[in-house]
Design a protein around this ligand. Structure first.
Ligand code: HEM
Length: 600
C-alpha cells in the first residue's frame, strides 16, 4: 500500500494523481507491505507502529515542541522592535569565544558517538545541498534565489575584516514543500531521509533499498571486500561526488552504501558494520541450523541493542547526568526488562531534538591526534579536512591511527568556546570559509523556532519577560554578554540562549538542551515497539540475553572490531588515568558480550 508520507495514511487517488503529475510519487509516498505483528523489526522502519504503519520509515515527518514562528513566506521572525534579528555571525563571535580548550576527562569518542547517533535519525541532506547543489548563494544571482540564505559577515568581524570575505554560502532547510508533497502556502514541515527510530540506519539503511545491496544472503552476513588493510565495505564508487574532499589520486574510496560523513561517523559505521558480521558468524557457529534470515535478523537485533545500551546507559549519563536520567525515567537502576511501549505515540522526532545537537559543535576538538597501535603519538591532523573524505580512512594505517586517537585524545571543553577550525573553517577546502556556529544559529531562524525564552517557559512552567527573569539561568557574566548582544529577551535565539546558559546540575549540557533531549528520548523509548529492553516485543531477548547486553561498552566494541586495538581503558569515553588505566582487551574489566545465551 502506498502511504502518504505527510499524513501517514494510505494515499488517496486524488493525491496519487497530483503526485504523478508532479513526478514526485517516490518521495511523497512510501510503499508498505502488509504488517505481521510478530515479524522481525523491519529494516525500512515500516510496521513499527501497527496503527500507523508508515510512521517510522524514511521521510516520516518531524514534529515540533512549539508552534512555528516565521515572518511571511517562511522568512526569519522579526526582533521585538520589528527590525531584523542580529546577524548570526556577529552573535556567534560575541557569545562563543574561539579557541582551543580541552576537557581533560572525556575522549574524542564522545563527539564521535554523538554524531554517529544523530546520523541514525537525521540525514545530512541540508548541508549537502549547499555543498553540492547550490553553491552560489553569495553571488548577486544567488542572493535573489529563494533557496539561498547566505550569511552576511559584519564589517568589523574579528577574522574577516582582514580577509575581505563578506558572505558564507548557506541554503534554506528542505521541507515537504521543497519536494512538492505539500503546497507552498502550507506550514513548513521538515523532510528527513533517515528513519526516526534508533535502528543503526548508518549501517543497514542509509537509503531505502540499500540493505539488499549489502546483504550477502549467506549465513546472515553483510558483504565485505578484501583490501589493503582488511577495511573495505561494499562498495566503493570512485566516481561518486559525495566524497568532496578525497585527495586524488591516492584517496579514491567513497562508500556507495555506508556513510560518507564526518570522520567519527564513518569510523563507527565501519565498526558496527563489522560487528554485525562478527555476531552473525558467532551465532552461526552456535546454531549451525539457523538459516540466513534468522542469523541476519538476530545479529541485527543484538547489534542495535549494543548500540543503544552504549548510547543510553554509557554515554548519555556522562553528558546529561546519571542521576538526572534515573529521575527522569531514561535509564533504570535495575537490570531487568522495561516495557515502555505506547502504541498511541507514533515514532517521530522533534525538529528541536536534532537541532539542539548542533550545540555539540562546541565540544568538537578538531586538532585530531593520531596514534600508533602501541600508543605512540604520531602527528596531528585537522579534522575539518576529513568530512566527506572517506578515502582518507582507507589509505595506509589511517583507520588504525584514528581509532587509537579516539580513545586517547581529550575532547574539547564543554564550555563557552568553539574550536578555531569549527568557527572559521568547518569544511576544509570545500568552502572558502564557513562558521558552523553561525550556520547553526541562522538555521534555527529558517526552521521557524520561537525565541529561547518560549522554550524556557515550556520547560520551567513560568514566564520570562525581562532579562532579570533569566538571572537563574545564566552566570552574571554570560547574562551580561547576552544583554550586550540582544535588545530584548525575545530576540534571543534558541541556540544563542543555549550557548550562554548554565549547565544542568549533575550534567555537562545547557539546561534547555537537557530538557529537549530528555523529552525526545522518552518519546523514542515509548514509541519504538522493538525497543531492546522490552520483554513484550517480537523476538524479545530473554532474561539471560538482556543481562549480556547490559555488559557491553564502547571499550568492548573497540576491542572486538577496532583495528589493532589490543588494550584500552575500560571506560573509553573517559580519558586514560590512574582510575581508568589501559588494560588488555582480554581483561574482565572490559565490558563485552558473551553470546552463549543465544545457543538453542
Ligand atoms: C569536525 C567535526 C564536525 C564538523 C566539521 C561539522 C560540520 C557540520 C556542518 C558544516 C553542518 C551543516 C551546517 C548547516 O548546514 O547549517 C553540520 C550540521 C550538523 N552537525 Fe556537525 N560537524 C562536526 C561534528 C559534529 C558533532 C560532534 C556533532 C554532535 C552531535 C554534530 C552535529 C550536527 C548537527 C545536529 C547538524 C545539523 C544537521 C541537520 O539537521 O541538517 N556535528 N555539521
Amino acid at each position: 500500500i502506498l502511504y502518504d508520507c505527510v499524513s501517514g495514511k494510505p494515499a488517496n487517488r486524488t493525491q496519487l494523481r497530483i503526485y504523478a503529475q508532479r513526478n514526485n510519487t517516490g518521495v511523497c509516498t512510501v510503499d508498505v507491505k502488509p504488517c505481521d505483528p510478530k515479524e522481525w523489526q523491519r529494516v525500512d522502519g515500516s510496521c513499527n507502529n501497527l496503527k500507523y504503519p508508515s510512521r517510522g520509515t524514511h521521510r516520516t515527518p518531524t514534529i515540533r515542541l512549539l508552534p512555528l514562528d516565521f515572518s511571511p513566506n517562511n522568512e526569519p521572525r522579526k526582533a521585538a522592535d520589528g527590525g531584523d534579528l542580529e546577524l548570526a555571525r556577529r552573535l556567534r563571535t560575541q557569545l562563543l569565544s574561539s579557541g582551543e580548550v580541552s576537557n581533560m576527562k572525556l575522549t574524542q569518542l564522545v563527539a564521535y558517538f554523538l554524531l554517529f547517533s544523530l546520523g541514525d535519525i537525521n540525514s545530512i541532506h541540508d548541508p549537502l545541498n549547499y555543498l553540492m547543489n547550490i553553491t552560489n548563494c553569495c553571488t548577486p544571482e544567488g542572493k535573489k534565489d529563494y533557496r539561498c540564505t547566505p550569511l552576511e559577515i559584519p564589517p568589523d568581524d574579528p577574522v574577516h575584516r582582514f580577509s575581505g570575505i563578506r558572505c558564507y554560502n548557506l541554503t534554506r532547510p528542505q521541507s515537504f514543500q521543497t519536494y512538492g508533497c505539500l503546497d507552498n502556502n502550507t506550514d513548513f514541515v521538515r523532510i528527513v531521509f533517515q528513519t526516526p527510530i534508533y535502528d543503526l540506519s548508518n549501517v543497514y539503511n542509509l537509503m531505502p533499498g540499500f540493505i539488499d545491496r549489502i546483504r550477502s544472503f549467506k549465513n546472515g552476513m553483510l558483504k565485505i571486500e578484501k583490501g589493503e588493510n582488511g577495511y573495505l565495505f561494499p562498495e566503493s564508487d570512485p566516481d561518486s561526488t559525495l566524497c568532496l574532499l578525497n585527495q586524488r589520486p591516492r584517496e579514491t574510496r567513497c562508500h556507495k552504501y555506508l556513510s560518507n560523513n564526518g570522520i567519527g561517523t564513518n569510523l563507527l559505521s565501519v565498526l558496527f558494520y563489522r560487528q554485525h558480521n562478527k555476531l552473525a558468524e558467532d551465532l552461526h557457529k552456535l546454531n549451525p541450523s539457523w538459516n540466513d534470515e534468522r542469523l541476519f535478523f538476530t545479529a541485527r537485533n543484538i547489534n542495535i541493542a549494543i548500540f543503544l545500551q552504549i548510547f543510553i546507559y554509557e554515554l548519555m549519563p556522562i553528558v546529561l547526568g546519571r542521576r538526572n536520567l534515573i529521575r527522569d525515567g531514561i535509564i533504570s537502576r535495575e537490570e531487568g526488562f522495561r516495557d515502555l511501549y505506547d502504541e498511541d505515540i507514533p515514532p517521530q522526532t522533534t525538529d528541536e531534538y536534532a537541532y539542539s545537537y548542533r550545540w555539540f559543535h562546541t565540544i568538537q576538538e578538531t586538532n585530531m591526534k593520531l596514534y600508533d597501535s602501541d600508543g605512540s603519538f604520531l602527528r596531528t591532523f585537522p579534522m575539518v579536512n576529513l568530512t566527506t573524505r572517506t578515502g582518507f580512512l582507507a589509505v595506509g594505517e589511517n583507520i588504525v591511527h584514528i581509532t587509537q586517537g579516539g580513545f586517547r585524545q581529550e575532547s574539547a571543553g564543554f564550555d563557552y568556546t568553539i574550536d578555531i577550525d569549527m568557527g572559521d573553517r568547518t569544511l576544509g577546502g570545500s568552502q572558502l570559509a564557513t562558521d558552523v556556529g553561525a550556520s547553526d544559529l541562522a538555521k534555527g531562524r529558517y526552521f521557524g523556532f520561537p525565541p529561547y525564552i518560549t522554550y524556557k517557559e515550556l520547560f520551567e512552567n513560568r514566564s520570562y519577560e525581562s532579562f532579570s527573569d533569566l538571572e537563574d539561568s545564566f552566570s552574571p557574566e554570560r547574562l551580561y554578554r547576552v544583554m550586550q548582544t540582544h535588545k530584548s529577551p525575545e530576540n534571543i535565539d534558541l541556540l544563542g540562549g543555549m550557548w550562554a546558559e548554565k549547565h544542568v546540575k549533575g550534567g555537562m549540557v545547557p539546561e534547555t538542551l537537557y530538557s529537549i533531549v530528555v523529552e525526545q528520548l522518552k518519546r523514542t523509548m515509548a514509541s519504538d515497539r522493538y525497543w531492546y529492553e522490552s520483554s513484550n516485543r517480537p523476538h524479545a531477548f530473554n532474561k539471560k540475553q538482556l543481562k549480556e547486553i547490559r555488559k557491553v561498552s564502547i571499550a568492548g566494541l573497540l576491542c572486538c572490531v577496532g583495528d589493532h586495538v589490543t588494550e584500552i581503558q575500560p571506560k573509553a569515553f573517559y580519558t586514560i588515568s590512574s582510575k581508568n588505566p589501559l588494560v588488555k582487551c582480554g581483561s574482565s574489566k572490559i565490558g563485552k558480550l558473551d553470546l552463549s545465551p543465544w545457543k538453542e
